[in-house]
Design a protein around this ligand. Sequence first.
Ligand code: PGA
Length: 260
Amino acid sequence: MLVVVHEDYGALSKKGAEIIASRIRQKPNLVLGLATGSTPLGLYKELIKLHKNEGLDFSKVVTFNLDEYVGIPPEHDQSYHYFMRENLFKSININPSNIHVPQGMFGELKISSFETDPKIVQFCDWYEGEIHRYGGVDVQVLGIGGNGHIAFNEPGSSLGSRTRIKTLTEETVKDNSRLFKSTADVPRYAITMGVGTIMEAHELLLLASGEGKAEAVRSAVEGPITAMCPASALQLHRRAIVLTDKKAAARLSAEFVTYG
Ligand code: PGA
């Protein structure tokens, strides 16, 4: 695992965009895994700049997003479909048919048996199959939750898990409530790629910024590999790069890191 500490959020966002741009230049039909949340916003702004100023071409790039809330429609301003459209897709020349964001609307669900709901199971199998059909994800962008989650794989998620429906922890609901009118409006379930799905990407690029992530970054990089910190699975990956700012790296041992 390569851990690169940057002066600040701006520098880590630029570095992330440089890495992705170089992979797209090497392989114009790159299969790019994307994440939502506050952390990748700077990265997406930098990619848009590279597209506008340097002609970075997304026309053949294929994208797969990590996750989507269950029960809010794609037009909802907190859906991840909306987030991706507003913060990246509408400003680059991506072909809409190359975009994949998990479905979040499945009609009425019986909460007691949603994990075996045929509509959900069928969708999740299809999503995994699509990733496979494109030859797998080349580069997967990841954020990290304060609790060590990646995508919506909350602590306790199997490290071999595949795309499925997950219940969000209270901590995640509370973290995400800043974006909704009230905590009651935050969805309680999400469709998410599994840790096993993520680990099959050829390269992982995890971004972390701010002191709120320092403990999660320490556990992910230096802690034991455990389902209680799903991001710690990255220690088993052959090509995992962790880009942090100084605050998110504050609890790492110095010998672990390089400086960007
Ligand atoms: P954030 O979320 O980028 O909004 O901090 C990251 C995550 O929870 O995975």
